[in-house]
Design a protein around this ligand. Structure first.
Ligand SMILES: [Zn+2]
Length: 113
């Protein structure tokens, strides 16, 4: 059963966040999900994520280099990397905003940083 509000958001898979007239995200650049990510699991996705984790150690699912891998796995790897980068960027912005708020809280009232 879908949740009444979104559970998480990803970068829009149709426009990758770069189309202000995108009919999927309406230009917001994000696509909301209304179900637990675990409900979307399949044995194939589990295997793809396991293979993805090995690529961080330089190991691909098929012997050889990047061009020896399936097109679908290369696409999957790119999508996961893109989402990880987006999450890292959001986390960095959050940490910066938090540090700025903490720095302002330490200043005397009315003082400018
Ligand atoms: Zn979009």
């Amino acid at each position: 059963m879908p949740a009444p509000d979104y559970v998480f958001k990803i970068t829009c898979p149709r426009c990758d966040g770069f189309d202000f007239e995108c009919d999927l995200c309406s230009g917001r650049g994000e696509a909301p999900f209304f179900r637990c990510p675990g409900s979307q699991r399949t044995p194939e996705l589990d295997l793809a994520f396991r293979c993805y984790m090995h690529t961080e150690a330089g190991l691909y699912p098929v012997a050889g280099g990047l061009l020896d891998q399936s097109a679908s796995f290369i696409e999957f790897e790119g999508i996961v990397n893109s989402e990880r980068n987006a999450i890292d960027e959001r986390r960095r912005k959050h940490d910066e905003a938090l540090a700025e708020m903490q720095a302002r809280a330490k200043l005397p009232r009315g003082a400018q940083p």
